[in-house]
Design a protein around this ligand. Structure first.
Ligand SMILES: Cc1cc2nc3c(=O)[nH]c(=O)nc-3n(C[C@H](O)[C@H](O)[C@H](O)COP(=O)(O)OP(=O)(O)OC[C@H]3O[C@@H](n4cnc5c(N)ncnc54)[C@H](O)[C@@H]3O)c2cc1C
Length: 410
């Protein structure tokens, strides 16, 4: 029987372990003492905190794979659920009702009539099939949208969907596809947090016989003996372990302020985005079970293209944003957690050569959110993991007594 090793126990590694377990025995090695990577959730007295705001695309490959594997997920769509649901947009420090459908757009005070017509036209052609493969968001916007205020609004939507900020390089086609996916059928905030995904994958893999070894950091590929290896670490470690030089990529970071509140201040909106600044706010507990009854869990975030020099000023900026969006929040604060910079993606989709990497080493494959294959973020992690598992399974070695090999670095 073939033996496979998966290095890294985030969503990608756990998915790969599940997929490989049907073809042989599997050992998963994880550096940290816990599985889950960036999909972990901590429980702070009944408040369930993901590492910053996390939303799962309802129709992406992650949800589809979980459904196929019988792993239950429940939750709510922030655009549909939530008591007194109210979405607002901030521009120049002023809050406006969000204009994300035709009715709200017609009523909006944010745009002139000409701008409304332009935005309505964009909303009605959501597929944007004319977008060139190597066209950046800014190139596409400058040829398709006349009003700078409408461009700004569209950039806000694309930033929210992709976490990308470098609009001169962000691929318009991928970004628009992701935006369409997050708007319809939409996204899910998950009851119990993303730990539910981690636990579901871990349980299923365990029932298929996968061996988990946590607290094991793989330093060299030659330490590992297997018939096939999936490297599901972060991009940096994948380069180091495989000795492969990856092409340059554009990462996306975030600074997150996660808030546990005794109650939501009156009139607090459920969702708020800033159009002229890369700021995000959402009451995740309004759509999913993430806080004790009557209490609230709120994620506030600043999108970053790099690690900030002064993280305290970023924290102040987030608090000032909260003062505008949700005045009185300090009176209800039970606990907060500030993550000054966390990597969301090591490689956002760009117009230059696809940074996706397949390994040059026989029967070694990469998986992770940075190995773009189908979808972005967690969907990229899951789709690349399924592909990596397929590529290291050698049909002829299944159910044979092939001797394990030691991988030599090139
Ligand atoms: C603030 C924030 C918001 C996000 N929002 C969303 C969202 O709304 N929607 C969405 O789909 N995604 C979102 N994401 C992204 C999502 O969390 C990731 O795409 C996904 O969790 C990545 O999984 P992964 O397995 O590829 O990587 P990771 O979770 O990083 O897992 C890699 C694992 O490899 C281990 N490892 C590294 N080196 C070694 C080694 N040498 N030996 C052994 N183990 C090693 C690490 O410890 C880690 O556990 C967000 C991420 C962040 C940070």
């Amino acid at each position: 029987m073939s033996h496979f090793v998966v290095i890294g126990g985030g969503i990608a590694g756990l998915t790969a372990a599940n997929a490989l377990a049907t073809a042989g025995s599997v050992t998963l090695l994880e550096r940290s003492h816990e599985l889950g990577g960036r999909a972990r959730t901590i429980n702070a007295n009944g408040y369930l905190l993901n590492l910053g705001p996390h939303a799962l695309t309802k129709n992406g490959i992650t949800a589809q794979t979980f459904h196929e594997w019988g792993i239950q997920i429940s939750g709510g769509d922030p655009a549909e659920r939530g008591e007194g649901k109210r979405s607002v947009i901030m521009r120049d420090g002023v809050l406006y009702p969000a204009a994300n459908n035709f009715t709200s757009l017609i009523k909006s005070r944010m745009f002139s009539l000409r701008e409304k017509l332009e935005l309505a036209k964009l909303l009605s052609f959501t597929k944007h099939e004319d977008v060139g493969k190597s066209e950046s968001v800014n190139e596409w916007l400058s040829r398709s949208v006349r009003s700078e205020r409408v461009r700004q609004y569209v950039r806000m939507g694309l930033r929210t969907a992709t976490y990308g900020l470098e609009f001169d390089h962000l691929a318009a086609r991928d970004a628009l596809r992701q935006l369409a996916l997050t708007m319809k059928p939409g996204v899910l905030y998950i009851d119990g947090g993303w730990q539910v995904l981690v636990d579901g994958l871990t349980r299923r893999a365990g029932s298929l016989g996968v061996e988990f070894r946590t607290g094991v950091s793989v330093e060299r590929l030659s330490e590992v003996q297997a018939d096939g290896i999936v490297i599901a670490t972060d991009r940096h470690n994948a380069q180091r372990l495989s000795g492969t030089e990856f092409p340059p990529a554009i990462p996306a970071y975030a600074a997150c302020l996660d808030l546990c509140l005794r109650k939501l201040p009156q009139c607090a909106p459920t969702v708020a985005f800033a159009v002229d600044r890369p700021l995000y706010y959402s009451v995740h507990s309004a759509a999913a079970k993430l806080a004790p009854k009557g209490h609230a869990l709120v994620h506030v975030m600043k999108y970053l293209s790099d690690i900030p020099d002064d993280s305290q000023s970023v924290r102040r900026e987030l608090e000032e944003y909260l003062d505008i969006v949700m005045p009185g929040w300090r009176d209800s604060l039970v606990k907060d957690r500030f993550l000054p910079h966390i990597m969301v993606s090591a490689a956002v989709p760009t117009t230059s050569a696809n940074p996706a990497k397949s390994s040059d080493i026989d029967r070694v494959a990469f998986a992770g959110e940075w190995v773009t294959s189908r979808g972005l973020l967690a969907d990229a992690a899951v789709s690349s993991a399924l592909e990596a598992a397929r590529s290291v399974i050698q049909p002829e070695s299944v159910d044979t007594c092939s001797g394990a090999v030691t991988w030599e670095l090139r």
